[in-house]
Design a protein around this ligand. Sequence first.
Ligand code: SAM
Ligand code: SF4
Length: 330
Amino acid sequence: MNHHTLKDRFGRFHDYLRISLTDSCNFRCFYCMPDGPINCLSSSKLMSPEEIFSFAKLFTELGVQKIRLTGGEPMVRKEFPRIVEMLSQLPIELTLTTNGVLVDKYLDVLNDCGIRSINVSLDSLDPEGFFKITQRDDFHRVMENIERLIDCDMHVKINAVAMSELIESELTDFIEFTRDKPVHVRFIEFMPFAGNKWSSNKVITAAQMLKLVESAYDVVKLRDKPHSTAKKYKVIGHEGTFAFITTMSEHFCGDCNRLRLTADGKLKNCLFGEEEWDLLAAHRNEEDLIPIIDKCITAKFEKLGGQLNTDFQKTDFDAIKNRSMIKIGG
Ligand code: SAM
Ligand code: SF4
């Protein structure tokens, strides 16, 4: 098998694949879902579990070492347990990103399939704030599920989208959340996607947040893992850690090792890229997928999908061509 297929013209080797299982969701987070009618993919347009397995296997043979399942909400896909079981047979690190509300239903599957690390999205530690963001009353269930994951000794990362007016009031609560719990909170700078009404003044940067945290706590910088998108810190004496994902204020494209497969089987070489390569159609036509993957990797821009400005204040939201986040799969 050709192991150069996943290397791009800037020398980046792509050994991390994120697979979206569905574009539907049981939450309605406003920064992720566009307004208006929700047109979810019909099941014939979705990759079947067998097709997902076959793509995952191919990418593993090409050198992929880590696969993250995402969505939409991956756990609303009815074949979720079967897909996890199938993928757990591959020689990869398997993980997922979830809103956490169905974790209790699938905890055994996660444990049985050897999943050791999980990202749970949680943007507010207050039930009312949670409702405002998600339009759902599931705060307590998500919190209980986070406890369940910790009780199973999973490595639990908490993803919180940081928007200026929302996070400022809760930053301290999130830091307090790391005091006695082995949770790893990651503040993600608010990113622009189709229909999410992004504007640069809604972005609060890592530097601004760090300043706020440092004004109240003794903070140390931790070492970041290779290819990590997160810059990690810890309050001295706290059990958990916190980190910033600085996509807007300081991109990490030079070190990018990620590819994305949408729920309808299109390969994206960048979260912010417009172009997509239809692997599912090619697979259903029994075409050779390698030349298509090759084209996708070769076309990868040096940074930010060739669309966003490195100075996020200058990014023109209306000019960006892309899917909405829920249709990409974070
Ligand atoms: N439903 C799952 C969840 O919420 O974790 C997985 C899919 S979700 C699209 C993946 C991640 O993208 C979540 O952590 C979510 O908070 C994040 N996200 C969605 N829209 C975003 C935006 N505009 N800016 C930054 N992060 C965003
Ligand atoms: Fe659903 Fe996750 Fe998007 Fe929220 S962030 S609407 S939970 S896919």
